[in-house]
Design a protein around this ligand. Structure first.
Ligand SMILES: Cc1cc2nc3c(=O)[nH]c(=O)nc-3n(C[C@H](O)[C@H](O)[C@H](O)COP(=O)(O)OP(=O)(O)OC[C@H]3O[C@@H](n4cnc5c(N)ncnc54)[C@H](O)[C@@H]3O)c2cc1C
Length: 352
C-alpha cells in the first residue's frame, strides 16, 4: 500500500480528520478546492456556525480568526410560516462567517506530514488485495492511481465514495439554491421560511457583508420553479430581492430514515455529510462534520481492531440526535403542529 489512509474531500469533516490523526500514519488527502484564493470550487453555504459546532471548536481548542468573520453578527431568526402567516423571532447565537475562507483556513491547519493534493478530483475507488485503489485527476486533468489501506469518504452530499462503494445506501437528496443580492432592507436580518403548501421547501435568508442571501432546499424536479415562486410570495411579505449578483446550486442530503446514516464498512469510513450527517430540520451540518471526524480520529488513533465496528458504535449518540432532527422536521412540516408551536410562547422573543 502507498498510504495507510486516503481522505477524499477536505471540507470541515475531512480537514478536521486530517488534522487530528496521529502523525505516525502515512496519509494522502484529495480535495477539489484550490489551496488559496477565490478561484475554483466553493461550497454553497449560509455560513452560520451553530452552538454545537462552537462546542466542537472548544473541545478541539480552536479559535476562529477574525478575518473569516462577516458582519453584522445577528442574534435572532425571524421564522415565517407562509400558510398561517405567523411570524416569530427566536434567539440564536450563530457566528456568521465566510464559508470559503473558513474551509481554506481549516485546510491550512492540516499538518505537513499529510500529503494534501489541492484542485484534484477523485474519480474511482476500487477494491484491491489488502486495501483500495484510488483514481484521481490532478489540476492538469492527468490521471493518477494510489493505493491505501483505509479510505475515508469526506466528500459531502454527492459523495463519490458513497455512490461507488455503497450504491444500495442511497439517500434522499434535494437541490439547494442560493442567490446573492445587494442588501436593500432597512435592517439586516436572518429568516427561516416554511412553505409546504405550494413550494414544499425549507428556505432561509441571511444578511451578510452588504449582501442579502436567499436560499432554499427543494425536491429536485421542481427546484427552479419553486425557488422563483417562493421569491414572488416573499416579495409580498416585504422581502427585497432585485437583480441576483450570484446564483449557487448544489445537492444537499435530506435524511428521513435512521438507516440513511451510514458509516461504511470493510475499511471504508464515511464522515460528515457523506455519511448522511446533517440536520433534517435546519440543514445545519458543520457540527456533525466536526464531531464525526473527531470520533473517527479517536478510533483510528487507538489502533483498535475492527475500526469500522467501533466507529459505528461511537457514532450511535450522534445518529440518535440526528434522528431526533428527522422527527422534529416531520413535526415542523405539519402545519397544525407548527402553528401550535409558533403560537405558544416557547422561547420566542418579541421585538420592539
Ligand atoms: C445551501 C446550503 C447552506 C448551508 N448552510 C449551512 C450553515 O449555515 N451552517 C451549517 O452548519 N451547515 C450548513 N449547510 C450544511 C453544511 O454545508 C454541510 O453539512 C457541511 O459542509 C458538511 O461538511 P463535509 O465536510 O461533510 O462536506 P463538504 O463541506 O461538502 O466538503 C466536502 C469537500 O469534498 C471535496 N470533494 C467533493 N467531491 C470530491 C471529489 N470527487 N474529489 C475530491 N474532492 C471532492 C469538495 O472540495 C468539498 O469541499 C448548508 C448546506 C447547503 C447546501
Amino acid at each position: 500500500m502507498d498510504y495507510d489512509i486516503a481522505i477524499i474531500g477536505l471540507g470541515p469533516a475531512g480537514s478536521t480528520l486530517a488534522r487530528l490523526l496521529n502523525s505516525s500514519f502515512k496519509i494522502i488527502a484529495l480535495d477539489k478546492k484550490h489551496q488559496t484564493g477565490n478561484e475554483g470550487f466553493h461550497k454553497p453555504c449560509g455560513g452560520l456556525l451553530a452552538n454545537d459546532a462552537q462546542k466542537a471548536f472548544v473541545r478541539q481548542k480552536l479559535n476562529l480568526p477574525a478575518d473569516i468573520l462577516t458582519e453584522p453578527q445577528i442574534f435572532s431568526v425571524k421564522t415565517i410560516d407562509l400558510q398561517t402567516k405567523l411570524i416569530r423571532n427566536y434567539q440564536r447565537s450563530y457566528v456568521s462567517f465566510d464559508r470559503h475562507k473558513f474551509d481554506l483556513w481549516l485546510k491550512s491547519l492540516i499538518p505537513n506530514n499529510v500529503n494534501v493534493l489541492h484542485n484534484t478530483l477523485c474519480k474511482e475507488i476500487r477494491r484491491v488485495i489488502d486495501g483500495y485503489q484510488v483514481t484521481y485527476t490532478d489540476e492538469y486533468d492527468v490521471e493518477h492511481k494510489i493505493t491505501a489501506k483505509y479510505v475515508v469518504g469526506a466528500d459531502g452530499a454527492n459523495s463519490v465514495v458513497r455512490r461507488m462503494r455503497y450504491p444500495h445506501h442511497s439517500i434522499r437528496q434535494y437541490v439547494a439554491i442560493q442567490q446573492w443580492f445587494a442588501e436593500k432592507h432597512q435592517r439586516p436580518f436572518y429568516s427561516c421560511i416554511f412553505d409546504n403548501q405550494s413550494t414544499n421547501c425549507y428556505a432561509w435568508s441571511i444578511s451578510k457583508d452588504g449582501y442579502f442571501i436567499f436560499g432554499g432546499a427543494f425536491p429536485k424536479k421542481t427546484a427552479n420553479q419553486n425557488f422563483e415562486l417562493l421569491q414572488q410570495k416573499l416579495t409580498k411579505q416585504g422581502f427585497i430581492f432585485g437583480e441576483p449578483l450570484k446564483t449557487e446550486k448544489c445537492l444537499v442530503i435530506y435524511p428521513n430514515r435512521f438507516r440513511d446514516f451510514y458509516t461504511g464498512n470493510e475499511n471504508i469510513f464515511l464522515i460528515g455529510e457523506a455519511a448522511g450527517f446533517i440536520s433534517a430540520s435546519s440543514l445545519e451540518g458543520i457540527s456533525y462534520a466536526l464531531d464525526s471526524a473527531e470520533i473517527l480520529s479517536k478510533v483510528l488513533n487507538s489502533g483498535i481492531a475492527k475500526p469500522n465496528k467501533h466507529y459505528y458504535q461511537k457514532t450511535i449518540p450522534l445518529r440518535l440526535k440526528l434522528y431526533s432532527k428527522i422527527i422534529k422536521a416531520k413535526i415542523l412540516t405539519t402545519p397544525l403542529w407548527r402553528k401550535l408551536i409558533m403560537k405558544s410562547k416557547i422561547k420566542h422573543v418579541k421585538t420592539i
